[in-house]
Design a protein. Sequence first.
Length: 338
Amino acid sequence: MRIAVLMGGTSEEREVSLSSGAEVAQALRQAGHTVVAVDTVSGVLDAAAEARLITEGVRAAPPLAETLGRLDEGHTVAMARDPDMGDVDVFFLTLHGGSGEDGTIQALLDVAGVTYTGSDRLGCSLAMDKEVTKRLLRDVGVPTPDWLVGPQTADEVVERLGLPVIVKAATGGSSLRLHLAHDHGELEVAIADSRSWDDLVLFERYHQGRELTVSILGDEALPVGEIIPQHEFFDYECKYQPGMAEEVFPADIPDELAERLQSLALTVHKALRMRDLSRVDFMVDDRGQAWCLEANALPGMTANSLLPKAAMAAGITFPELCERIASLAAARKSAHFA
């Protein structure tokens, strides 16, 4: 197949996306495909730019807002319709956060009439909005921590949810714009910081326990993984800096718990109308109660990301994983024109 890998974008997760995209492009070539790597901001990347992205990886802090504000990905549809892209079979999306994961780019690609990997605009938008996600999880019987939507005072939050409590942006990713408040003072600080987010603020009861994750490939739940961060929770630094977290696949948990988490993850995947791939994150407390924290329609796709590690635990190499995801999209294209 001829595959265009879309990466970059203008969200706070731009560097994560670029790293994912460069590694996916390399893996798809290893699998025998013809690949063009495209930053939705700057256009087609040459071999030197791809190699640089793989070498540089993801820095300890996300790009500055001022830097992101100078970027523009408004030519994405024009790029999809460019004659040079006319023979592309599949657009492989490795975009994270912002318009790349909230359904906006997916809607534009639908307008352009091209085939792309991952969830469509509905699945992406449902999974991206954590408050909508939690409402749908509650409706299908998947346990999720109690929550409130801002604005709220610290007293109101403590009265309803207790302490400690998570304060996070409803559409954030990569644990950005997230606080764990242990006491009233920390909660006040988190609330003050949240006023600058330009996003719906979510207050969520914190359940201490083991952080476990289940990735979905097609309609199959992959082996459960456990995340053991160096910090109190799996923040941006722990996610992307070497040595800051231990990620165990398969997780050392009873079979019954693993099967229950896989079943819950598939329920979440279907309830949020996701397709091809996703990752669903859980906290399991000391009573064995599993709490679904969130779902990711476009999880990280570097070889060291959680989804590829889950696939490896299932005997699927990184190039094989990328090829399977591309093939799921290609199959939709074939069915459409059958």
